[in-house]
Structures are given as structure tokens and as C-alpha cells.
Design a protein around this ligand. Structure first.
Ligand SMILES: [Zn+2]
Length: 469
């Protein structure tokens, strides 16, 4: 077979002999087999028990077997910017990185901001993608920030969440309306926390490296001010719902949202803060969770692994929004994942052509690719003792699924989707172009990582097999 296959009909397969690991569900079984039947997990068969002989077998000896990785934040650039990426190349990069479900951000041309466009997106996903792709609809018409989309109709057409990613929903009246409409149809508002009046869209974060290199800098307030607005509006609209609407909406969600306890699915006017980067933002999310406010948050792999120092080495390939910050910020983000204050780790995979990234730090666009390196970088954080896999993996699987309300993905439990990632912790490899992505703007270029995705399964179908060619 070839290395990549688009998912076909649900399959039977026995992924045998690997270290089956799903800490969110308490599964930790070296040498076990995951039995997928008709595309769903039937059971985990421990080492030493008889395994069925007639089921097709994939040998995972020496590898980890994880629930299929989930990325709530990718840019596939399709339609409109397909010289950087398209649905096929972006999802080949996804499955090569072990991702089985990704959420595509709406800053495409045109953006998915009405039901017809969303239906068209969903149709193209099912025709062209190598993994499950979900449409995040624009929160406002044209992503212009002035008029909230028809949230209920977009939701019915298949939108999994709403965001103007690339830009915040800055107007408090618009943000409040978007939150309330999301609440009313059980969806989530994902916000790119950046106030451009404060960030100036400068290429780096304020700090010693920015001063040393002499570029203009973004203060942390550009992120945390928008986050504060979102948290307070979510809290306010949640309270309104709790007092005047049916039980189960609004502040009722608060009971399940205590710090560290994960996510209350399908709850009130939930505000999901995208790609947090500052320790001040972490403090604010902690504050909100302690009060039971309906807030979730994500962090990127690169913000967990890198600081502004990476700009010295990688130049514009380490220019991203929000910018990489200081070691104190990175440590706070790692701690927030450990404590469960941040529920999802994402890539914010943001492909850009080489020539645009070569334009110099001021002119180059924001964003880095990350799908193909994410799992190895996360594994490296475990090896360095900075973020144990038992804390990071749930944020790439079970608790990420809960943010968007998926109840049959992200865990290795009977009846869940047969979506699995087989990760080999042994090989060392150097990050180099070409990538399966059309772009190569990685802040890990030239770095040596250890551990690599060996195979990826969606519905029991092998969509990526590193050893096939
Ligand atoms: Zn963003």
C-alpha cells in the first residue's frame, strides 16, 4: 500500500503488542491489543490473553498506542490560499503527525460564515481529507466583527464552533451576542485573544530578546485584556441564563468546571480562549475556573516548547501570533496544562509560502506549521521532565474532545471511534523540508527530535503507515 490512504468504510483491526496508553481513561497496558470492530473500539485485550486470529493485525510492538490525536486549531488555507496548503496536503500532514480529528479555522477566502458555505466545506472535507475535519465557522459575517453570523443555522449546517481567528471578536456587544447565540445552540465561541490597538501587530513580544534585537514589541496586555473581556462576558451571560432559563444551561455548567476537573460539555455561554501565551492569562483563567465561570483554554505546542530566544535562531519561522514570550510564561503554560487550567494543546498549524516568510521579521506573516512535529515535541517535554505525558496526552485527546462536545472520541474505551495513533518513541530524526505540508515554516527546522508517528487509524482504517511506500 502507499503511505497515505483516505479513510474508507469502517474496518476491523487488531493493533497488537503496543503500550496502550490513555491516561484520561486510566488505560496503561504494555503489550496489549486494541480490537477495533466495524470502526469502533470493541475492547482492550491485555498482554497474555488470547487474541482473535481472524482479525487483520497491525504490529505495534515497541510503540505507544494512543487515542487518535485531536487538534482544535489548524489552518488548512482551503479555499482561497491553496498555494500554502490545501485540504489534501494539510490532512496528509495531520495524519503523518498522528492527528485523526482537526478543526479548520475560518480565515479562508471566502470564510465559512453562512450555512451554504459551511455545507460546501463539509462536503469537500468528506471528499478530500485524510482524517476527520470539522468546520469552525466565522463568528461574524466576513470575519469583520460587526454582525454575528446565524449561529443556529451554521451549527445545523455542521459548524463545530465559532471563531474569527486571526482577529479577536473585540466589540463587547458583538462578543456578548455571539456568546449568547452559541450558548443557545450548545456551541462554543473560540476567541483569538489579541487587541491590535495594543499589540500593534508587532513581530515579537516585549522582553529582553525583543529589546536586544531592536524590533517593536507586543505587551502581554494585548492578549490578557481581550481574555478578561471574554471571561467576564461569558460569566455574565451564564448568570443570566442560570436565573432565567432552563436548568442545565448557564451557571449550572459551573458545577463541572472547577479548576482541574476538565470541561463541562454542552454547557452555558462558553468562552474558549485560543492559544494563550502569557503567564498573566494563565492567572486569569485560573481565577475564572475557581469561580465556576464557563471558560476553557488552549495552548500551542510551540508556546510550550519555545521562548522568544527561538526568534534569534529561526527568524521569521518563529514569528507567530501570539508571539513567543519569556521562560516565566512558558513555565506558567506548562504548569497550567499539568493543573488542568488549560484543557487543550493545539498546533495552530499556519502554513505560509517560503517567499513570504523570507520577507524579514517585520514583513513576514504570523504563523508556524506544527502538525508533523507536535507529538515528538510533546514527547520531548516528557523526556526533559517538563510536562509528563500523562498530563499532555489528555489535552491532545479526551479533554480536547470535551471542549467541542465530542463524546465518542479521544479515549480508548469500548464503543469509542476506532481512531488511534501508533507512536514509536525510539527513532531520532532531524526536522527538515520537504514536509507533507506544502509549507515549511517550522520553528523546529534543523532540530533533532526523538519519537515519530508510526501509523494513524481513523475508524479502524489505516490512513497513514510510515513504513509503507
Ligand atoms: Zn489565532
Amino acid at each position: 500500500m502507499s503511505r497515505f490512504q483516505r479513510p474508507q468504510l469502517p474496518q476491523d483491526i487488531l493493533i497488537a503488542g503496543g503500550h496502550v496508553f490513555d491516561p484520561a481513561s486510566g488505560v496503561d497496558e504494555p503489550g496489549a491489543a486494541v480490537w477495533v470492530q466495524n470502526g469502533r473500539i470493541r475492547e482492550i485485550l491485555p498482554a497474555g490473553t488470547p487474541w482473535p486470529e481472524t482479525v487483520p493485525r497491525f504490529d505495534a510492538a515497541g510503540c505507544f498506542v494512543f487515542p487518535g490525536l485531536i487538534d482544535l486549531h489548524v489552518h488548512l488555507r482551503d479555499p482561497g490560499l491553496t498555494s500554502s496548503e490545501d485540504l489534501a496536503s494539510g490532512t496528509r500532514a495531520a495524519v503523518a503527525g498522528g492527528f485523526t480529528s482537526v478543526c479548520a479555522m475560518p480565515n479562508t477566502t471566502p470564510p465559512p460564515d453562512d450555512p451554504e458555505r459551511i455545507r460546501e466545506q463539509v462536503r469537500r472535507f468528506s471528499e478530500l481529507a485524510y482524517c476527520r475535519v470539522h468546520c469552525v465557522a466565522a463568528a461574524t459575517v466576513g470575519r469583520a466583527g460587526r454582525e454575528v453570523v446565524d449561529v443556529a443555522a451554521c451549527r445545523a449546517a455542521g459548524a463545530v464552533a465559532f471563531s474569527d481567528d486571526g482577529d479577536a471578536v473585540a466589540d463587547p456587544l458583538i462578543l456578548r451576542e455571539a456568546l449568547e447565540r452559541c450558548r443557545d445552540c450548545g456551541s462554543v465561541l473560540s476567541d483569538h485573544c489579541e487587541r491590535p490597538e495594543l499589540s500593534g501587530k508587532h513581530p515579537m513580544a516585549c522582553g529582553p530578546v525583543q529589546e536586544e534585537l531592536g524590533y517593536a514589541g507586543q505587551p502581554w496586555t494585548a492578549e490578557t485584556l481581550q481574555l478578561a473581556q471574554g471571561i467576564l462576558l461569558a460569566a455574565g451571560s451564564g448568570m443570566a441564563a442560570g436565573s432565567g432559563m432552563a436548568a442545565g444551561s448557564g451557571m449550572a455548567a459551573g458545577s463541572g468546571m472547577a479548576a482541574g476537573s476538565g470541561v463541562a460539555a454542552g454547557s452555558g455561554a462558553r468562552y474558549h480562549a485560543q492559544h494563550l501565551s502569557s503567564r498573566h492569562s494563565v492567572e486569569l483563567v485560573k481565577w475564572a475556573l475557581e469561580r465556576g465561570y464557563p471558560v476553557t483554554a488552549e495552548v500551542t505546542v510551540h508556546h510550550l516548547a519555545l521562548t522568544a530566544e527561538a526568534v534569534k535562531k529561526h527568524g521569521s519561522n518563529a514569528k507567530c501570533a501570539p508571539p513567543l514570550r519569556d521562560e516565566d510564561d512558558r513555565k506558567a503554560l506548562l504548569d497550567a496544562v499539568k493543573k488542568g487550567w488549560i484543557q487543550a494543546i493545539v498546533t495552530d498549524h499556519a502554513p505560509h509560502p517560503v517567499e513570504r516568510k523570507a520577507a524579514g521579521l517585520n514583513e513576514a506573516p504570523f504563523g508556524v506549521i506544527g502538525l508533523e512535529t507536535a507529538m515528538a515535541v510533546i514527547f520531548d517535554l516528557d523526556r526533559r521532565g517538563e510536562l509528563p505525558l500523562k498530563n499532555s496526552l489528555p489535552a491532545l485527546t479526551a479533554s480536547a474532545a470535551e471542549v467541542v462536545g465530542w463524546t465518542d472520541r479521544g479515549r480508548l474505551l469500548s464503543g469509542f471511534c476506532g481512531d488511534l495513533t501508533v507512536f514509536d518513541p525510539r527513532p531520532s530524526w532531524t526536522v527538515a523540508a520537504p514536509f507533507h505540508s506544502k509549507s515549511q515554516n517550522s520553528p523546529f527546522l534543523g532540530e533533532t527530535l526523538r519519537g515519530r508517528v508510526r501509523a494513524t487509524f481513523v475508524n479502524g482504517c489505516c490512513v497513514y503507515d510510515a513504513s509503507a511506500d
